[in-house]
Design a protein around this ligand. Structure first.
Ligand code: ZN
Length: 134
């Protein structure tokens, strides 16, 4: 598999508007607008920074993964996303290597990217997202 770069850091926040005050207003990162991905019970906001981006994540429901993360650990970095050339091939390779996956098949995330999560148990505690953008 070919990992191209860190695509983005996913940061769990209680409120994107509040988050924008630091990432947008204070750090001065451009704000690219919000997008709600209902299936994943999350609203995202992307802030490009160099070759990568900061992704703020606000849960749309108390049952969402982001809400549960904040309940357990508080606001903060929730996942690291690596851009790969071919996500299907990457998942097949990881599966063959015995890596525990949350998503065996890619789903569609914010911005229409194909995404899949690896299980934190397989990565020493880091929730890793793979993503492929067209
Ligand atoms: Zn992400």
């Amino acid at each position: 598999m070919k990992v191209l770069k860190i695509d983005h850091l996913g940061i769990a926040v209680n409120n994107i508007e509040e988050g924008r005050k630091f990432w947008g207003d204070i750090l001065g990162l451009p704000f690219e607008g919000e997008e709600t991905v209902e299936e994943q019970k999350v609203t995202t906001a992307f802030f490009p920074v160099g070759e990568s981006e900061v992704e703020l994540l606000e849960s749309t429901s108390p049952e969402g993964a982001v809400a549960r993360y904040i309940e357990k650990k508080g606001e903060g970095i929730q996942h690291v996303a690596f851009r790969v050339e071919n996500i299907e091939a990457a998942l097949a390779e990881l599966k063959e290597k015995g890596v525990k996956l949350i998503d065996e098949k890619p789903r569609i995330g914010a911005g229409g990217a194909k995404i899949a999560f690896l299980h934190p148990k397989a990565t020493k505690g880091v929730l890793v997202e793979l993503c492929e953008r067209g």
